[in-house]
Design a protein around this ligand. Sequence first.
Ligand SMILES: CC(C)(COP(=O)(O)OP(=O)(O)OC[C@H]1O[C@@H](n2cnc3c(N)ncnc32)[C@H](O)[C@@H]1OP(=O)(O)O)[C@@H](O)C(=O)NCCC(=O)NCCS
Length: 158
Amino acid sequence: MGPTAQAPPGLALRRMELSDLGRVMEIELKAFRHPWSDDLFRQELGHLWSTVLVAERPEGPAARLVGFIIFWLVHDEVHILNVATDPEVRRQGVARFLLTECVARGRSDGARLATLEVRRGNVAAIKLYEAFGFRSVGVRPKYYSDEDEDAIVMLLDL
Ligand SMILES: CC(C)(COP(=O)(O)OP(=O)(O)OC[C@H]1O[C@@H](n2cnc3c(N)ncnc32)[C@H](O)[C@@H]1OP(=O)(O)O)[C@@H](O)C(=O)NCCC(=O)NCCS
């Protein structure tokens, strides 16, 4: 489990391209009650410090994009902003695969820690992060003003 996990069979990773935006937004809209706009994704693609990876799996002769992760590398820190898997393929290791790659890239780029914020009620995501060894280090009260929900701040030493 965690950072040593193998890729699920057939799954491949690559950087997101602008032509993926439609499919990424489909997943974003299914995954979140308060989704990012497509403009936010476009901005991330333009930031030098930001990496957007997509996971694809073969489907017939083509490949189907089934998940993505967005993270920043700033100084010695990897900050994870967003990760989502298409609801049709959840619990098949897609997010684990994406997070494993994010952590590996952070390490090889010299990062010493990984951080993120997660909604207090997002049990699936918290379990995913805990499986990687992330621990809760703080709370930002009512950080998500859309629903007055607290953010749990989580940290992993790399
Ligand atoms: C959280 C999310 C990204 C997990 O994606 P996923 O591809 O289904 O996750 P994986 O299959 O890689 O799961 C890896 C591990 O995470 C944990 N996990 C994932 N989903 C879980 C759930 N619903 N309940 C409990 N644990 C869960 C488990 O430990 C799991 O390992 P296991 O299946 O061997 O038990 C997905 O549920 C999602 O897209 N949610 C909506 C978007 C979101 O909330 N993103 C996080 C923002 S902070």
